[in-house]
Design a protein around this ligand. Sequence first.
Ligand code: HEM
Length: 117
Amino acid sequence: MLISWLHLINWIILLIVVLVALFSKRPTTSKVSMIIARICYLIALGTGLLLLGGAYAAAPVLTIIKVVAALLLIVVIELAFAWRLHHRLNKMWIYLTLFLLLLVGFMGIYLAGGYPF
Ligand code: HEM
């Protein structure tokens, strides 16, 4: 239960820091948010691995899709950060990043059976 909450709260924090990293006009704020996002990946990985067994037993296919989508999300966010730093980030990539962030979160909540809500 605690792990599930940590995983969920970590998603909300990641959502906020990614938005700040991509949209803040202040370079320092943006860079600090990128560092916090990287800590969020580690927490997502750690807590996600602990949740894996139970979820896989209940819904193996969706669990695999969720984990692959989560790993893809990390790559997509990192590319968005890199392009932001080089002033080459376009709107399409921002939409893709936000779409995947929401998709992975809602897939996770569905997997958890709506829990802990
Ligand atoms: C940045 C990446 C990730 C995000 C944003 C994310 C987000 C979420 C969210 C919001 C939930 C719902 C939690 C709940 O309602 O309790 C969830 C569930 C889950 N996530 Fe992730 N996750 C990420 C990475 C991972 C990784 C890397 C793994 C596996 C190694 C993983 C495995 C799971 C599993 C197994 C569940 C279902 C938990 C259950 O059945 O209680 N997640 N995820």
